[in-house]
Design a protein around this ligand. Structure first.
Ligand code: ZN
Ligand code: ZN
Length: 281
């Protein structure tokens, strides 16, 4: 079943890979090319298998590395499909995407739609609306069904399924997110800031308001409440995402995860800006 590599997570750059034996997809490409290549190699991920790049929104920490990555990949003969919401693509207004459209194939969707990805038989992707200060942000749920890389399993249909939820850069858990993220085997969910650190920290008041507002980022408290709602019997792995360097500390998030999952079989991870985090579900 899929391997998940959070290569980098935070306001200085976001990039996550989901890898099956057959193919790899990427969620956001906000790291620079050097970091992308080094960390993909460090976790043993094969960028030659990259079939798709999915974009959550147009902030630079999610798209800033895309142009150079596409040019590099095309030189290796790799031309991934780029999945982007139509409104987000318009908001990018030519930024981030390479001008050379021969290096990628654009696959436009509308937030809320489901779609498949070439190279991933049995995968359905559900996009869902998040709440953030951009044109039309979204998260994704990846439903892998009867993945072909598990041919040795003699379990019946349904046991070869895996559901991965990805939700960052949102000021609240939207109704669409709550519905989509139900019943996941793995949840990658934002835990951006400690409210007290944000309140007393160095950010200017308007930025504090933005980060803590309904169109900003999830606090640790919101993260914990959301996990209590979303954690179901299938949950095997939780990864806290997009921690603020200024307004959070990994041990605060780890404490929340320990409190929630100490008696659970679910594994917990805290993603980092400075090093990759990998796990399988
Ligand atoms: Zn971000
Ligand atoms: Zn953002």
């Amino acid at each position: 079943m899929p391997k998940i590599h959070v290569l980098a997570s935070g306001s200085a750059g976001n990039c996550t890979l989901i890898e099956t034996t057959a193919a790899t997809l990427m969620v956001d490409c906000g790291t620079n090319l050097k970091t992308l290549r080094e960390r993909a190699a460090a976790v043993g991920a094969n960028l030659a298998k990259l079939k798709a790049i999915l974009i959550t929104h147009e902030h630079i920490d999610h798209l800033g590395g895309l142009g150079k990555a596409l040019r590099y990949l095309s030189k290796q003969g790799i031309y991934p499909d780029i999945f982007v919401d139509v409104v987000t693509q318009a908001a990018c207004a030519g930024r981030y995407f390479s001008d050379d459209k021969t290096v990628y194939h654009l696959r436009r969707f509308r937030v809320g739609e489901c779609f498949g990805i070439d190279g991933f038989p049995g995968l359905e992707v559900q996009s869902f609306a998040t709440s953030h200060d951009v044109a039309n942000p979204c998260g994704f749920v990846f439903d892998f069904t009867n993945a072909p890389e598990s041919p040795t399993s003699d379990a019946g249909a349904g046991q070869n399924s895996c559901r991965i939820g990805y939700c960052t850069d949102t000021g609240l858990i939207t109704a669409a997110a709550r519905a989509a993220l139900d019943g996941c085997d793995a949840l990658l969910l934002e835990a951006n800031h400690d409210p007290e650190m944000l309140r007393t920290g160095s950010y200017a008041p308007p930025l504090k308001e933005r980060v803590g507002g309904e169109h900003g980022h999830l606090s640790n408290e919101q993260f914990g409440v959301a996990l209590q709602e979303l954690a179901g019997p299938r949950l095997q792995a939780v990864c806290a995402m997009h921690l603020s360097h200024e307004n959070n500390l990994p041990h605060l998030v780890a404490d929340i995860l320990d409190g929630l999952f100490a008696d659970s079989s679910a594994a917990t991870y805290v993603a980092s800006q400075s090093q990759p985090v990998s796990f399988s579900v």
